[in-house]
Design a protein around this ligand. Sequence first.
Ligand code: NAD
Length: 484
Amino acid sequence: MMDLKLAEPALLRDAAFVGGVWVAGAASIAVTNPADGEVVGHVPDLGEAETLLALDAAVPAQAAWARVTGKGRGAVLRRWGELMMDHQEDLARIMTAEQGKPLAEARGEVAYAASFLEWFADEARRITGDVLTPHQTDRRILVRKEPVGIVAAVTPWNFPLAMITRKAGPALAAGCAIIIKPSELTPLSALALAYLGEQAGVPAGVLSVITGQAAPIGNVLTGDKRIAKFTFTGSTGVGKKLAARCMETVKRVSLELGGNAPFIVFDDADLDAAVEGAIASKFRNAGQTCVCANRLIVQSGIYDAFAAALAARVAGLKVGPGLAGPSDQGPLIDARAVEKARAHVADAVARGGRVLTGGAPVAGGGTFFAPTVITGVPADALLCREETFGPVAGLVRFETEEEAIAIANDTDAGLASYLFTRDYERVWRVPEALRYGMVGVNTGLISTEVAPFGGVKESGMGREGSHYGMDDYLNLKMVCLAVA
Ligand code: NAD
C-alpha cells in the first residue's frame, strides 16, 4: 500500500459511514492509483442491508435536523467547509492518489468543493416563503418552503469531492438528510469528507456515505419509498436508467449528465486568450470534465494560426503522475478511457484529420495519454458526436456564424458551451442561440459556487450551486386559509 504522507492519517478511512456509525463490512474493495496501479487503500464492499440501515437512521435524524434553525444548520456546514480547508493538503493527496489529477488541480478542487459548503451555509438562513394575493376576499394564501426529506445521491469519479458537496451542501442547508453512494473508483475522498462532516457536528444519520456495489445500493436508493429525492451526477446512460426507476415511486429527480461542449473561436477572437481558454477547458483533469470543450469549432480566417498556437502550447504540457512532482496532466482514470481516446483519434484520422501533436498513449505503463491536437476534423467524426473524456482536441472548420451555431447545436447534449469573439453584438447574439445550460464567453473556466450549474436536453435537469441550487431540495407547500 502506498504511503500518502498525510498530516492526519485518520482521514484515510477503511470503513464506510452508515447512519452515524463507521462500518467495516465483511469484504472490501481495493482502491488503486491510476498512475501505476498501486493500492491506495481499501473500502468496505457494502450493499442493500447497509443502505437500509442508513435509511432507517435517516428517518428520525432528518425530522430532527429540519427543526434546527437555519442559522444552526449553517454553522455546521460552515465548520465542515473550514475543516476541509484545514485539511486541504491531505484531501488533495488522497484525491490525486485515487483519481490521478495533478496535485495542484486536486488542491483547487478541495477549495472549490469547500466553497459549496460555505455558500450553502449562508443559504440555510435565507429560505423564505411567500404570501400571495388571494383569489377571494375571505381567503389568505401562504407558500411555505419545506425540506424534501431524505435525499439519495450518486456521484462520479472525475470530481470526487465537489460533486458531493454540491449536493450535500444544499441538502443539509434545506433540512434534508443525505445518503451518498460515491464512485467505486474514488470512495476514499468521499469517506474523508464524511469524517470531517462528523467532526463538524453533522448529527448521526443526517449524512451517510456507503461504498460497495453500485447495483444493490442503487436499487434501494432508487426504489425505497422513504427516499424523496434522487440526485445523480454521471453518464447519461446510467442517469436515464436510474431516473426511470425513480419514477415508480415518483421521486423528485435531479440529473447532471454528460456534455459535448462546443468551443467556438471566431476570426475576431483574441488568439492568445482563445488558446489559453482551450487549454483550461480541454486539458484540465486530462479532459475528463463534463464541461470540457469537446469540439473546437474554429472560423477559417483564424484556423491555421489557432491550430499552430494551440499545438505548440499543448506540446509543452508535462504529463506525469500527479503525486510525483509538478505535472500539467495526470493519467486517465482507466484503460477503457485510454481506449476511447485512441478510438476517437483513429476515427478522426480515418476521416482525414491530421495529428499536430500527441495522438497516442504515452509509453511506459500507466494510463497516460499524450495531450493531442488534430486538425481537419469533420463535424460528424466520433469525437464530435460523443464525449471523448480525454485530452484530445479536434478542430472543426467553419465559415459563417450561422454554420457555427448549427454545428454547435447539432447534439443531444446541452451542458456547457464556449465562444471567443471581440464583436460585442455577437457576444449577445450567439449565447442566445446556443441551446445549452451554460455559456462561457471569452473564458474556458465557468464553474463557481455562485452560479447555477446544469444542462438542458439530455445533459440533465435541475441546477446545482447558487441560490437556485436550493430549489431542488425544497418543496413548496401552499396553505389556503379561510378568514371571515
Ligand atoms: P457513471 O455513470 O459510470 O457512474 C456514475 C455513478 O453511478 C458512479 O457512482 C457509479 O458507481 C454509479 N452507478 C453506475 N451504475 C449504477 C447503478 N446501477 N445503480 C446505482 N449507481 C450506479 O459515470 P462516471 O464514469 O463515474 O462519470 C463520468 C460521467 O459523468 C461523464 O459522462 C461526465 O460527463 C458526467 N459528469 C457530469 C457532470 C455534470 O455536472 N453534468 C459532472 C461530472 C461528471
